[in-house]
Design a protein around this ligand. Structure first.
Ligand code: GDP
Ligand code: ZN
Length: 461
């Protein structure tokens, strides 16, 4: 494909000591040579690929030097976009980086749209759509774990799996064609049906397996929304502080969120907790008293995890019981705090109310029990079988929706085959499954969706 040469600042605005101006396209080397003055007048067009060169960026119109730089020269197709790529590493702060970019644009490059580098990688066949989306996830990753999931996807783990399932379906469809072409052989029909059942059932199982990872995949990607509840003075703020303190907060306020929703991320053993504070719900003195059991259940239901705090030094109150009532059936960890005080709480009663929830005892004052709490949080979401063995998690909402659709149509195919529906009818469901799966990798998506997806990227990626 033929594209013009694009350029952008590809490092986060205002952060970091080094900023990179990236160029990609046929003219990248020529444009760079017009502004780069290296040792002994060397030409970037003639240097070996994948090398770095020291020099200055000089405006040819005025002969003034704008920046001292290191320039990486990478010849296509062994680059991210598969095109010729130049990366100019500047260290002079935002103003001079911008000057370098403006100069490059005056020399004939076009400013890149958000996500356009990644879009080119996709259009040039370097990566497929699910890999491109992984790039987006990598940019947004909030924990190492989320990063490694995104990287696995970037490396094409999900793509390969989806591709192999599509291949299975193609084989069934091919067999069905044989059947339609030679209907006079009875045993062909028999064979077709049983093979169709077997392969379809296998594909269905794989889709289900992928969907099973989606819950955790989404948690890794978006964080586990967590609410701390308990009576006044039990230690909710102390708990919040110790979680934030020990697990360095990653983001304090997320741009684009409204003022009354503040999200704070902490990383607990690879599980990103999103401590949600929606109009004070994060730390609620008595949510049940204030808004009633039914409504508070509704609010709490939106949380993935509830931390219910009790006071070891006081007897169980009506309020405590109402809280237990409100969290029935939800993922809850009960925390008995202030174990350094003399006991007033009846632990047998607490254990009974706790039922199948987890119970942890802490003295936040003496910094005791926080490790056990973190262990409980981590094990709640990474219990052996649930963890995808090969690291292929599905975390993207678009992928999850498509997998659900694919599951529905393969189910129809299987049911049809079981009920003796004519094979050419079953064929339609199989074809739909094949197409739906293809949308995950971008093999069968329309242009407008592609534009929309890439426009979500950051500038310069
Ligand atoms: P909240 O009202 O539930 O947010 O409770 P706070 O976190 O503000 O704590 C209330 C009081 O209890 C503060 O004075 C804390 O220092 C104290 N506190 C918190 N944890 C413990 C603990 O484990 N033991 C004791 N003795 N005091 C604690
Ligand atoms: Zn408090």
């Amino acid at each position: 494909m033929e594209f013009d040469t694009i350029a952008a600042i590809s490092t986060p605005m205002g952060e970091g000591a080094i900023a990179i101006v990236r160029l990609s396209g046929d003219e990248a080397f020529a444009i760079a040579d017009r502004v780069f003055k290296g040792m002994g007048g060397k030409q970037l067009q003639t240097v070996p690929s994948h090398t770095i060169h020291y020099g200055h960026i000089v405006d040819p119109a005025t002969d003034t030097s704008l920046e001292e730089v290191m320039v990486s020269v990478m010849k296509g197709p062994k680059t991210f976009t598969r095109e010729d790529v130049i990366e100019i590493n500047c260290h002079g702060g935002l103003v001079s980086v911008n000057q370098v970019l403006q100069l490059i644009l005056r020399q004939g490059a076009r400013i890149a749209e958000p996500g356009e580098f990644t879009k080119r990688a996709f259009l040039n066949g370097r990566i497929d759509l699910s890999q491109a989306e992984a790039v987006m996830d990598m940019i947004r990753a909030k924990t190492d774990r989320a990063m490694s999931v995104a990287m696995g996807q970037m490396e094409g783990k999900l793509s390969r799996l989806v591709q192999s399932l599509r291949q299975e379906i193609l084989e069934i469809l091919a067999q069905v064609e044989v059947n339609i072409d030679y209907p006079e052989y009875d045993d062909v029909e028999e064979m077709t049906l049983s093979m169709m059942m077997e392969k379809s059932t296998y594909v269905k199982g794989q889709i289900e397996r992928l969907l099973q990872t989606s819950e955790q995949g989404k948690i890794l990607r978006e964080g586990l929304s967590t609410v701390i509840i308990g009576r006044p003075n039990v230690g909710k703020s102390s708990l919040l502080n110790s979680l934030v303190h020990e697990n360095k907060a990653i983001v304090t306020d997320v741009p684009g969120t409204t003022r009354d929703v503040i999200e704070e991320y902490v990383n607990v053993r690879g599980v990103p907790l999103k401590l949600v504070d929606t109009a004070g719900i994060r730390e609620t003195e008595d949510i049940v008293e204030r808004i009633g059991v039914e409504r508070s259940r509704k609010v709490l239901k939106e949380a993935d995890l509830i931390l219910l705090v009790l006071n070891y030094g006081e007897v169980l109150s009506e309020e405590d019981r109402r809280l237990f009532e409100a969290v029935k059936g939800m993922d809850t960890i009960v925390i008995v705090n202030k174990t350094d005080l003399s006991q007033s709480l009846n632990m047998d009663e607490v254990k009974e109310l706790t039922a199948h929830h987890r119970l942890v005892t802490t003295s936040l004052l003496k910094e005791q029990g926080v490790d056990e709490l973190e262990e409980a949080i981590a094990s709640l979401f990474f219990t052996g079988s649930l963890e995808a063995a090969d690291g292929t998690y599905v975390s993207n909402n678009r992928h999850i929706a498509l997998l659900h659709q694919a599951l529905a149509s393969i189910d129809e195919a299987i049911m049809g085959a079981e009920m003796g529906t004519p094979v050419d009818m079953v064929q339609i469901d199989l074809r739909r499954t094949w197409e739906t799966l293809g949308e995950i990798n971008g093999d069968t998506v329309q242009e407008s969706l592609i534009d929309q997806l890439f426009s979500q990227f950051c500038l310069g990626k």
